[in-house]
Design a protein around this ligand. Structure first.
Ligand code: SAM
Length: 249
């Protein structure tokens, strides 16, 4: 299919797909592996594309339906089948990782598109996870023996259609960002609010910039916060600004 309308951001063994080879979907995972599970069944993880859900290689507004079922366990035994099947969260970075995953899901969704998010709260409650995105779910359902698996549905607002869909506006936006990068004044060492550091840390490439540019970025984040931009919008702008300053992750 030329333009598949569905993205599974971390497909694993595609267990919950009715058609494991549904050609309407692009299946992504950050690994390709084969395992034999404890009951002798084979587990094949063979994504169409090996990629990281924190930095998806797709253009904005590409998919009508995005499926996001990230690892949910904070720990699992080294050789356990649970680890092989579901993966494990990185205990240092899981919040930033999932926040980036949500940002990417909404970026690649077209306005009016739907995100299906699955979370099992054995280790981390779903309320902690929902705090990692500014988007609110529309409907949801709990399943599993202990009702601890949540299926949540989000809708990307139609009004989030990006001005970038107009090529002239896209050009103007890029130029403004480039100019802002040049014009931002030197910023002396400052004690930034914790949230500025938190947002800065979400943009991994920013830490590759020289110290004085990192400081400019923090000042810019602080300004956007004072201007009342949402965290998602601040992160998106910071990613662009960081790239305009020449840093890559
Ligand atoms: C809970 S499992 C997905 C199970 C799948 N939905 C199914 O039906 O079988 C989570 C998957 O996320 C993958 N994953 C973990 N971190 C990732 C990342 N940063 N980018 C892409 N995939 C990732 C893991 O390899 C694992 O296969």
């Amino acid at each position: 299919m030329k333009n598949p309308p569905i993205l599974d951001m971390c497909c694993g063994g595609r267990a919950f797909w009715f058609d494991h080879d549904d050609d309407r979907a692009v299946f992504v995972d950050n690994r390709a592996e084969s395992h034999t599970l404890c009951d002798g069944r084979a587990l094949e993880i063979r994504p169409d594309l090996i990629a990281d859900f924190r930095h998806l290689p797709f253009a904005d507004s590409t998919f009508s339906l995005v499926v996001f079922d990230p690892p949910h366990m904070a720990r699992a035994g080294g050789g356990s089948w649970m680890r092989a099947k579901y993966g494990v969260l990185n205990k240092e970075t899981w919040q930033a990782d999932l926040r980036a995953g949500f940002c990417e899901a909404f970026r690649v969704l077209r306005p009016g598109g739907v995100l299906i998010f699955k979370w099992n709260e054995t280790h981390i409650s779903v309320s902690h996870i929902l705090a990692l995105t500014d988007h609110k779910p529309v409907v949801g359902h709990k399943s599993g023996k202990r009702s601890d698996t949540h299926w949540l549905t989000f809708l990307k607002d139609e009004s989030t259609a990006k001005p970038e869909s107009d090529p002239l506006l896209a050009y103007a936006t890029r130029r403004i960002i480039e100019l802002e990068a040049l014009l931002m004044p030197e910023v002396p060492d400052t004690v930034w609010p914790a949230e500025v550091h938190f947002l800065f840390d979400q943009v991994s490439a920013a830490s590759n910039l020289p110290a004085e540019l990192q400081n400019k970025i923090r000042s810019h984040i602080n300004r956007m916060k004072l201007d009342g931009l949402t965290s998602d919008a601040i992160i998106q702008q910071t990613v662009k600004l960081t790239a305009a300053m020449g840093a890559t992750a």
